[in-house]
Design a binder for this molecule. Structure first.
Ligand SMILES: C[S@@+](CC[C@H](N)C(=O)[O-])C[C@H]1O[C@@H](n2cnc3c(N)ncnc32)[C@H](O)[C@@H]1O
Length: 218
């Protein structure tokens, strides 16, 4: 991995006001190397160019870390919080969350077995005991999570409908979206509340990005 990409990653993390150590930056770089190395075998992403992978995948996922950390800090202190990343594919944003938030237990679920296997391989290679790959349809999961995230997965209504049973008490949905989501929000049922739409700025990427934060309405 080139020094130039590492410098860009470090500067991007600073722009995002992330407090990442050198070992976490190295893990992020190693994750990108794993994505590149295994992409041909596992078909993890259509993005092949390392520079594009850095901006469109790593920095894009990193842009959601500070908002996630803010949400976690506001949760009542207790046992280690659990996050489920739905349709995680090659681990975006799940693996990035696991690297940046070592106290968060991250599970990445995908219907494609080799993608879930890649996550477990990455967990071992990056020495991340808080990262797990699950091969399943999200609709079939019985475990409960405090935050359920997705990126480039499905419409808001499909995402919330399919993953609702995986929400613990007081849990929230964190949907990373790339454009205006007014139509998708309007299509949500009365049992889902959008409580915040948070705009994101991705260093080096001139594109609309936001997080749609949602919770079930009781
Ligand atoms: C477009 S990819 C997005 C991958 C990754 N989140 C990203 O941002 O690059 C969507 C992923 O969702 C997975 N998927 C589709 N339906 C699913 C379901 N019901 N449960 C779990 N994963 C599913 C697919 O296998 C695919 O890997």
């Amino acid at each position: 991995m080139s020094e130039q990409l590492l410098t860009q990653l470090r500067e991007g993390a600073q722009d995002l006001e992330l407090d990442l150590g050198e070992s976490q930056l190295a893990q992020l770089m190693e994750f990108q190397s794993l994505l590149q190395k295994w992409n041909k075998v596992y078909n993890l992403t259509s993005v092949r160019d390392p520079q594009e992978m850095l901006t469109h995948h790593l920095l894009d996922s990193l842009a959601a870390v500070k908002p996630l950390q803010r949400h976690l800090a506001a949760m009542p202190a207790g046992q280690r919080e659990k996050l489920l990343d739905v349709g995680s594919g090659g681990g975006l944003p799940g693996v990035v969350f696991a690297i940046c938030c070592p106290d968060l237990d991250v599970s990445c679920v995908d219907t494609v077995a080799k993608k879930a296997a890649f996550i477990n391989q990455a967990a071992a290679a990056l020495r991340l005991p808080n990262l797990h790959g699950i091969h399943a349809r999200v609709e079939t999961l019985t475990q409960k999570f405090d935050v359920v995230s997705c990126r480039a997965f499905a419409s808001l209504i499909d995402f919330t409908t399919w993953s609702r049973q995986a929400l613990a008490d007081h849990a929230v949905w964190l949907a990373m979206k790339g454009k205006q989501t007014d139509d998708e929000q309007a299509a949500l049922g009365a049992d889902v509340e959008v409580f915040h739409v948070e705009q994101l700025v991705v260093p080096g990427l001139d594109a609309d990005r936001c997080i749609v934060w949602m919770r079930p309405k009781s």
